[in-house]
Design a protein around this ligand. Structure first.
Ligand code: AQP
Length: 330
């Protein structure tokens, strides 16, 4: 059976961008592949995090995975730092990664910009991501478009190591939805930037935002000049982004939406979009509430970590052996 791995960082409140670009696809993959879905807490600490927020968000993201439709009896849901093989493989891979390769990573450039100090972890982050993926002999990685370059590095590392030491890693393929199918949901306040967890609060819709907050954010979303609702990424980037959100939440095609709202102006379109988003998130929020009972998510994550560890250890040992590291006697 095909293997799928993907992760989400607890670096902020989960957004509609994370849901439409990644998590929604996790849900469909679980029925056709052996899936590993991970809350990648070690990635989040590459930039400063408030410990209390990090703790809460880690559990919240796991709850939201399940509330979105991931079944923990089918897919393995776990926290990255619970499986120490991730950090160990990351070091072994770092010793096979070139500094020049990491310098080319655009996300590092974006995330380090304007910071007074930048951690070494932020620089080597793509190697930890490669470790996450390669540890599970992953065939396919469902991610948003922003992760494409990191996936390419993962593939390069796997190929380089396989060439040097003989077969060790499976070379994974990315699964990136096209832009008009959620691969890149843009900010509500600036359609040239992607919607991000760590962005300004008004720029994104959080999965746990209340209906009134969602309606307010959509009402305040920037629009383009004119009043025609039309999909045109060059001329109407803001409306096109809102149309993609509408389409993914309702199942209506972009053409149907353009026909329905083309001439009715932005106001009516935005009001209906708010309703569509609210009704998409309502069942997820309801299910999330049921998972807040103490101990429930912790138990799911404990079982997930045990399952993940069994698979990860096999792959880690395979590489350790190829490298000539002496195994510990048990
Ligand atoms: N705007 C987006 N549109 C489509 N997909 C997106 N993803 C993120 N933003 C969008 C996808 O969500 C998954 C989880 O992302 P992540 O937690 O690994 O980190 P990220 O890509 O850096 O996400 P954010 O929301 O932008 O977080 P911050 O602000 O902390 O950097 C990934 O598959 C990602 O592609």
């Amino acid at each position: 059976m095909k293997r799928v791995f993907s992760g989400v960082q607890p670096s902020g409140e989960l957004t509609l961008g994370n849901y439409l670009g990644a998590i929604r696809n996790f849900v469909s993959f679980q029925h056709e592949a052996e899936c590993f879905f991970c809350v990648v807490d070690l990635h989040a600490i590459t930039v400063p995090q408030d410990p209390e927020d990090l703790y809460r968000r880690t559990l919240d993201i796991a709850r939201l995975f399940i509330a979105s439709g991931i079944d923990p009896d089918i897919a393995t849901v776990f926290v990255q730092s619970h499986v120490s093989a991730h950090a160990e493989l990351s070091w072994l891979l770092e010793c096979n990664t070139y500094i020049g390769e990491l310098r080319r990573m655009t996300q590092f450039k974006e995330k380090s910009e304007g910071r007074e100090t930048v951690s070494a972890g932020l620089f080597t982050y793509p190697v930890l991501m490669a470790a996450d993926i390669l540890l599970y002999d992953t065939d396919e990685v469902p991610v948003g478009e922003d992760q494409k370059q990191h996936l390419e590095l993962t593939r390069d590392l796997a190929q380089r190591i396989n060439q040097r030491f003989g077969p060790v890693f499976k070379v994974p393929e990315p699964y990136i939805p096209p832009k008009d199918s959620g691969g890149r949901i843009m900010s509500l306040t600036d359609p040239t930037k992607k919607m991000a967890k760590s962005g300004d609060d008004r720029s994104s819709i959080a999965l746990l935002d209340s209906p009134s907050v969602i309606a307010k954010k959509i009402k305040g979303a920037v629009t383009d000049s004119g009043r025609e609702v039309r999909y045109d990424v060059e001329e109407k980037p803001a409306i096109s982004n809102l149309m993609v959100i509408y389409s993914l939440c309702s199942g209506d095609s972009l053409e149907t939406i353009a026909d329905r709202y083309g001439a009715s102006g932005y106001g009516k379109f935005k009001a209906d979009l708010a309703d569509v988003v609210i009704s998409t998130l309502e069942p997820i929020q309801k299910r999330y509430q049921e998972l807040t009972e103490p101990g429930v998510i912790e138990e799911i994550l404990a079982q997930g970590a045990q399952r993940a560890e069994r698979t990860a250890q096999v792959v880690l040992n395979r590489f350790r052996e190829k490298l000539g590291l002496v195994p510990r006697r048990s």
